[in-house]
Design a protein. Structure first.
Length: 112
């Protein structure tokens, strides 16, 4: 047998894995600090969420408040939060997607 047999250097693999973990943790922290918005009703309701999907703020234009029709307001709130969460998911994919791909097959020599 040839020494090393073409096998990857275990120390190198461990360093790559550790770097990926650090990059992932840094990206997750950035997501937690980043805020994205979603709107409904042409801007009558705006929801702000963190990049991790945590609801941070909700703004409701007084024009959206009709005591006779709270159902529409509730629908606008749900739609705005949904839109904000969708934007947060897109941001997560943008930030974490390349890192997740690296974890699942980007380490040379591992059979993923």
């Amino acid at each position: 047998m040839i020494p090393g047999g073409g096998q990857p250097n275990m120390q190198q693999l461990l360093q790559q894995a550790q770097k990926m973990q650090q990059d992932l943790a840094r990206a997750q922290e950035e997501l937690a600090q980043t805020e994205v918005e979603g709107q409904a009703g042409g801007g009558l309701v705006t929801a702000t969420v963190s990049g991790a999907g945590e609801l941070r703020a909700l703004q409701i234009d007084p024009k959206a408040v009709d005591p006779e029709d709270t159902e529409t307001l509730a629908d606008l709130v749900v739609a705005a939060v949904h839109a904000a969460n969708e934007n947060a998911q897109n941001l997560q994919q943008e930030k974490l997607g390349p890192l997740a791909q690296g974890m699942g097959g980007g380490i040379p020599g591992l059979p993923f």
